[in-house]
Ligand binder design. Structure first.
Ligand SMILES: [Zn+2]
Ligand SMILES: [Zn+2]
Ligand SMILES: [Zn+2]
Length: 318
């Protein structure tokens, strides 16, 4: 993520900020990718601290994609919804840098159902996932305590709300890309045939997960070609975002490009991955000084890099 500038005083302003330290109220314009002053605010600004500019209907582009919000009569749901929407905006703002869901992209947009396990009438089951353009997000996982428990339960240290957003959106992007038969040919040659029985494959995964060979980024990716795609694409976004944020912060390593470089314009996937890995090794060293876990503890094998290169090539095409 970039670091923005206050339109009034030019001080640094971060992606989630509603105002600069100088008092200037700011909103994020996803097309200009800047913080602006004086633009109409998203109608959800006061309720969930959405800092994007309003589009038609008074909501911003991100909030307009949300069809269902959690039961706000259960009072813990408001902050969980707000945190989940922030992760969603972060994911969407970065995809916009590749052109997705901008005015230049006439294609379909996803619909989000933001649900909580907590309702006024007690606990409800919420299964995260994507089906036919509808993305269901369990906002309960925006709670630090719940997330920590599930990271342990599922042995997924890297389980985060932003990770869920990137993963579920990847399923939607598959639908969009699959409108082009050339994509499906490319996809099947690398990820396998996604027409394989999904329900049976997932059941098999939960009964007895396959051994993760070098061609998969995570164990969950072994479950089905659709999940391999979603995991691979989510990790590609993690890497590009990590590099972009490092560069925006002024971090420099020997193989880093000169100032003004935009990681989202980079076409060379291998160069992106290599730089992101070098950055993660450097930050790991810093984290160890505080006894904190590694920033990005995944091994990027050659087959995984080739899958990422395929995903990257198609993602940049809108
Ligand atoms: Zn300012
Ligand atoms: Zn909004
Ligand atoms: Zn999935």
């Amino acid at each position: 993520m970039q670091i923005f500038r206050c339109p009034a005083c030019s001080s640094p302003v971060y992606f989630h900020n509603l105002a600069c330290g100088c008092g200037q109220e700011v909103s994020f314009d996803p097309d200009a990718q800047t913080m602006v002053a004086g633009a109409p605010h998203c109608a959800n600004r006061d309720e969930i601290a959405c800092n994007w500019v309003a589009e038609q209907g008074g909501l911003c582009r991100s909030c307009a994609m949300t069809e269902t919000v959690p039961d706000l009569r259960a009072e813990q749901n408001l902050p969980l919804w707000a945190d989940s929407e922030l992760a969603k905006r972060r994911m969407l703002a970065e995809l916009a840098r590749w052109g997705w869901f901008t005015p230049a992209d006439p294609g379909a947009r996803p619909v989000f159902r933001m649900l909580s396990e907590e309702t006024l009438h007690g606990e409800a089951d919420v299964i995260m996932g994507h089906a036919n353009g509808i993305i269901t997000i369990n906002v309960t996982e925006a709670s630090d305590a719940v997330l920590a428990h599930r990271q342990e339960q599922f042995d997924e240290l890297y389980r985060t709300m932003l990770g869920h957003m990137r993963h579920e959106m990847a399923h939607f992007l598959f639908l969009r890309l699959a409108e082009d038969p050339a994509f499906l040919d490319d996809f099947r040659a690398r990820f396998g045939d996604e027409r394989a029985d999904y329900t049976a494959a997932l059941q098999q995964h939960y009964d007895a997960p396959k051994e993760r060979g070098p061609e998969y980024i995570t164990t969950y990716a072994t479950a089905h070609p659709h999940e391999d795609w979603a995991e691979t694409l989510a990790h590609l976004q993690h890497l590009v975002s990590m590099l972009d944020s490092g560069l925006a912060s002024g971090l420099r390593l020997p193989d880093f490009p000169a100032e003004g470089y935009d990681a989202f314009l980079e076409a060379d996937t291998e160069a992106l991955i290599t730089r992101a890995v070098h950055l993660s090794i450097a930050v790991n060293h810093v984290n160890r000084a505080l006894d904190l876990p590694d920033l990005y503890p995944f091994v990027l094998t050659q087959p995984v890099r080739e899958k990422m290169a395929l995903a990257h090539r198609w993602l940049r095409r809108v």
